[in-house]
Write a protein that binds this ligand. Structure first.
Ligand code: FAD
Ligand code: SF4
Length: 513
């Protein structure tokens, strides 16, 4: 027999049991595909990062003695899609078996699940990456039902015995949020370490994207800063442990435009290495905990717990939410938001400094950290009632780590409340006040964060109340929003009307904000 095994761009897991032994009857296929480069308009650095990592993975496999068929866009351009390419290869290479790892995206899972290859036996296997086995998603989550991340996370801590002692959470509590989430003071900014950036030559890939007219967004860099193999992924993880973990939790929600600070602050930037599976979540968690154990005098448990929560908690949780609710999840629009995404999401050309800074950084680096995604671009889209399809497309395209299983529950669910509360118990709506507290964006903004209705008033302020008012029926009985509605009702009718008029006016002129 001879077998073709497909490795997708986000399946670069060198520890997979497939690779334990070299089998002369097995050929591995790694292919740049037009369908993957254009199912959404991607950031150019994202396409380069995936294609370059795939090439490096193919080389590493070949070096270990495996047979590899590596195809670039030049070779795959004549095939309409992945099934067409597979049909051609299996028909011309005298193969008897085709095997693939379960895809993490619904789109690809459907495509592979409905594959028919004449005379070829097809089977699939696990990608061996996540902590929670795929089959357990059904017991952990219920379709269309709210699932609380905190409780899921606690179950994962117990199940995998992470930061536990005698069945109890280490340090006596599950959550250290109260010690975390500070904003920067002036003196803190000078201490932020410069990020570890690689300089991977991707000029050949850039030329290829041009040659094949692949439409992209963002700043092209021939020297790519993102990790492209296991060695670089591990270096990034070591760098995080040595320089960033110490303040990760503390400044997790802080934002700054200060030029003394760097764009990724105390964040790990491991999301691309993780989502392409070059590095596994358990490896990251174990390494971080081991580092902390050896440096407990310097690094507090709160920092480590804050980080572990993101990977063992949030990352596994959103995957469960995605799979238990797809394909319905992709069409949810609980708040019936219909407005198209303003043009400045693609240009950063807006007078709102928080938005300008977050979008510009996203276009330059294919990266924004969590609180920028959630409370700047995400919150603005929520307040302005942007169609979640548009919001999803933007997030799915622009970020280096954007793959639908993780992008969609965060975007459509957490930020837009379009899933009606499957992820969040209340919408992440905030006025300028929150951004002013957590960032220094407002100081140099064209708008004044203290004002609501004046010409130069911060748009987030009136849009916030507009959101609260227009969704009153839906949220006024939500116990987590009682205070907000009390505050709204305390305002006199004249003030309320002035705010609503102001917001209506902003929404009519949304492109010129
Ligand atoms: P760190 O802050 O260093 O966190 C460490 C790791 O924890 C991340 O690498 C990531 O793997 C994981 N993590 C943290 N928060 C989340 C979360 N909410 N959901 C899942 N994993 C999390 N993350 C993606 O990987 N891909 C996406 O497409 C994506 N889209 C997002 C869209 C929106 C609107 C929001 C609010 C968040 C999104 N996130 C996404 C989650 C999070 O913002 C990114 O994982 C994080 O910013 C990546 O940077 P980092 O590696 O420096 O993260
Ligand atoms: Fe953003 Fe408003 Fe602050 Fe300007 S004033 S940076 S628009 S929150």
């Amino acid at each position: 027999t001879s077998t073709l095994r497909l490795i997708l761009g986000d399946q670069l897991n060198a520890s997979h049991s497939w690779f334990k032994q070299v089998d002369p009857n097995v050929v591995y296929l790694i292919a740049e595909l037009g369908q993957e480069a254009s199912y959404v308009t991607h950031h150019v650095q994202k396409v380069c990062a995936f294609f370059a990592s795939m090439a490096q993975f193919a080389q590493a496999l070949a070096k270990s003695g495996h047979q590899v068929l590596y195809l670039t866009l030049d070779e795959t351009q004549h095939y309409a899609d992945l099934p067409a390419l597979l049909e051609h290869i299996t028909a011309t290479h005298q193969l008897t078996h085709f095997q693939y790892q379960h895809a993490d995206e619904y789109r690809l899972a459907q495509q592979l699940g409905s594959l028919l290859l004449p005379g070829i036996a097809i089977n699939s296997t696990d990608s061996e990456h996540f902590l929670l086995p795929f089959s357990d998603i059904q017991t952990e989550f219920t379709p269309k039902k709210h699932a609380k991340m905190e409780f899921f996370y606690r179950r994962m801590r117990k199940r995998f015995n992470v930061l536990m002692q005698d069945g109890e959470p280490l340090g006596g509590q599950w959550n250290f949020d109260q010690q975390n989430r500070a904003s920067f003071k002036k003196n803190d900014l000078g201490d932020i370490p410069a990020p570890l950036m690689f300089a991977n030559d991707v000029s050949d890939i850039l030329a290829r994207l041009k040659r094949h007219n692949i439409n992209t967004i963002g700043k092209a860099e021939s020297q790519l800063l993102w990790p492209l193999n296991r060695r670089q992924s591990r270096e990034l993880l070591d760098f995080f442990c040595q320089h960033l973990l110490i303040r990760f939790g503390h400044f997790q929600d802080a934002m700054t435009e200060n030029s003394r600070a760097d764009w990724s602050l105390y964040h790990s930037r491991l999301s691309f290495a993780l989502n392409s599976k070059m590095i596994s979540p358990s490896e990251v968690i174990n390494k971080v905990i081991a580092h902390w154990q050896a440096h407990q005098d310097d690094i507090s448990l709160a920092q480590v717990e804050g980080f572990v929560r993101q990977i063992l908690g949030w990352r596994e949780y959103v995957r469960g939410i995605y799979w238990i609710n797809m394909p319905d999840y992709a069409t949810q629009n609980a708040l019936q938001a219909q407005r198209p995404l303003p043009e400045y999401f693609w240009t950063a050309n807006t007078k709102m400094n928080c938005m300008h800074h977050t979008i510009k950084q996203s276009l330059d680096y294919a990266y924004a950290h969590h609180i920028q995604r959630l409370m700047v671009t995400g919150c603005f889209s929520l307040l302005a009632g942007i169609n979640p399809d548009d919001v999803d497309q933007w997030y799915l395209g622009i970020y280096i780590d954007a793959i639908e299983w993780v992008e969609m529950p965060n975007t459509r669910g957490m930020t837009q409340f379009a899933d009606g509360g499957i992820v969040a118990t209340k919408p992440y709506a905030a006025s300028g006040n929150y951004l002013n507290k957590m960032s220094d964006y407002c100081k140099s903004c064209h708008y004044n964060v203290k004002l609501k209705t004046e010409d130069n008033a911060c748009p987030f302020n009136s849009l916030y109340w507009h959101f609260i008012q227009r969704h009153q029926e839906k949220f006024q009985h939500n116990p987590r929003m009682t205070m907000v509605y009390k505050n709204w009702q305390k305002m006199d009718a004249h003030t309320q009307q002035a705010i609503i008029n102001k917001a209506d006016n902003l929404l009519e002129n949304i492109e010129s904000l």
